[in-house]
Design a protein around this ligand. Structure first.
Ligand SMILES: [Zn+2]
Length: 496
């Protein structure tokens, strides 16, 4: 399966005005060429529909619009060299491919629209227009690692008179350098492999690659693709897509059934931490805890500040967002925390060689009564954060070929991971947070946080034993005797 990600490089705002003007001009030149080819393909929509192969379509379009040795005369009125003179070949091909993509999508929309009943199909699809996102193929884009370390890459840009190479200063995220270096090495490996394969094919008189040979040419590491220039209100950006192939051996359930030694990670997302356990078959290979209690405390402090300020300010002014900076701080804190927790889990899973990650279904938040506004809001956001973490994990894990599944969370934190009887949480010093778990049946005692992660493994194996109604009742009674939560909520008589 092919997976992708995008790294965004920002063209430094202090770039000299000549280069910025060249970026602008390149965009305009691109637009002219794209408008030309969009119009061309819209005139030849039947050809687009008949030719499923983009490469063949591009070659055909070039014979119609470019004067070459084999096809010296383009279609009358359709000479790109006259309409947009001096366009580098790499730019022309990028433009043609962009136009093919847009027109293809338009053709398929139109076909679907035509096949839908008139009362259901809505308005007729609009023909595509140029998107003003120049893409830089090899030949107009060069990244040299020595230059990139200094913060530069090279683009061939239109400076008003002609196309010429320019060094463009960019600011990149911290991982970009390593990604690009790895990408260059992987491209090199693929190039060498292709050469070897070609030699072998020639020697053996073959023209077709075998499946293994094709697989060997697929990128196993992130490989940078052609960047796209995007003009945004805050300046120019280069979006560099990266692609690679990951092997996913069927669905999670197929893997579970066919591979008894499958490495699985079970993860319990708590309010203050994420606890993950690694499994191979039935044996636990290790437990990893990612804490974010400190971030929760920071958020609560900020929320208390919001509450205090609101009390002091009295009624909020209508239409005015109060405490804007505090809320922004809280939002940033949440975003960073979610990414940090998710990437810590995935990094651990990759290092442990895990194929499937098992999470609990996240249930919605049920607020407890009697909490202050700041505490209630903090709990709510903590809950929401768990959803964000799960989403990020899903994203990051897939890039590594790892699957994420969810299981029913019922009883996972209440039953003993060893004998499946109902146990109890307690605090080691008799008061305070009940961080330990004890099973009255078999005597297992351990960290309460790992219980759910251990039990999730049983849910994954389908060997989880749910407590019987009798056991539930007995547990209720036990807790009632202690004056626990069950006694209050259910009004059970306190048996003496
Ligand atoms: Zn037990």
């Amino acid at each position: 399966m092919k997976v992708s990600r995008t790294v965004r490089l920002k063209v430094r705002p202090e770039t000299n005005s000549g280069k910025l003007a060249a970026l602008e001009a390149t965009g305009m030149w691109w637009d002219r060429a794209e408008a030309f080819y969009l119009e061309f393909f819209l005139l030849h929509m039947d050809m687009v529909a008949e030719t499923p192969n983009n490469k063949a379509l591009l070659t055909w379009a070039e014979t119609q619009t470019v004067s070459t040795e084999t096809h010296p005369t383009p279609l009358p009125g359709w000479n790109i060299q006259e309409a947009v003179p001096g366009l580098p070949v790499a730019v022309r091909r990028a433009v043609i491919n962009a136009a093919i993509g847009a027109v293809r999508s338009y053709v398929s929309h139109l076909t679907r629209w035509g096949a839908t009943a008139p009362q259901k199909r809505g308005r007729v699809p609009k023909p595509p227009r140029q998107r003003s996102h120049p893409t830089f193929y090899n030949g107009v884009y060069r990244v040299n690692m020595a230059d990139f370390r200094q913060g530069f890459l090279r683009l061939k840009l239109f400076d008003g008179g002609r196309w010429r190479w320019m060094n463009l200063p960019v600011s990149a995220p911290p991982n970009a350098r390593d990604l690009l270096a790895a990408s260059a090495a992987e491209k090199d490996r693929i190039r060498r492999t292709r050469q070897d394969q070609n030699d072998r094919m020639r020697a053996e008189g073959r023209t077709q690659r075998t499946t293994d040979e094709r697989n060997a040419l697929r990128p196993r590491l992130w490989v940078a693709q052609s960047p796209t220039l995007v003009h945004q209100p805050d300046g120019f950006w280069l979006h560099v897509p990266f692609e690679k192939w990951v092997a996913v051996a069927g669905t999670a359930e197929e893997q579970r059934i066919h591979n008894p030694c499958l490495r699985v990670g079970t993860v319990d997302l708590n309010a203050d931490s994420a606890v993950a356990a690694a499994w191979e078959g039935q044996s636990c290979q290790g437990v990893k805890t990612v804490w974010h209690a400190r971030e929760n405390a920071k958020r609560e402090k900020a929320l208390q500040k919001v509450a205090r300020k609101q009390r002091q300010a009295g009624k909020p002014v209508k239409g005015e967002h109060s405490n804007r900076f505090l809320w922004e701080y809280i939002r940033n804190l949440d975003n960073t925390t979610a990414w940090q927790v998710a990437s810590a889990i995935v990094a651990w899973a990759v290092a442990t060689g895990i194929s499937v990650l098992v999470f609990e279904y996240l249930r919605s938040y049920r607020p407890k009564r009697g909490l202050s506004w700041s505490r209630r809001t903090n709990r709510k956001r903590t809950y929401w954060l768990r959803g964000q973490v799960l989403r990020h994990v899903r994203d990051l894990a897939l890039r590594e070929g790892m699957l994420v599944v969810e299981r029913n969370p019922a009883w996972t934190s209440q039953v003993c991971p060893q004998c499946s009887h109902l146990g109890e949480r307690f605090s080691p010093d008799g008061h305070g947070y009940p961080s330990r778990f004890h099973c009255g049946h078999c005597g297992w005692t351990g960290d309460a946080n790992v219980v759910a992660a251990f039990n999730l493994k049983k849910k994954w194996d389908r060997s989880f034993r749910y407590p019987t109604p009798d056991e539930r009742q007995a547990a209720d009674l036990r807790s009632a005797r202690k004056g626990g939560a069950a006694a209050k909520s259910k009004g059970l008589p306190v048996a003496g």
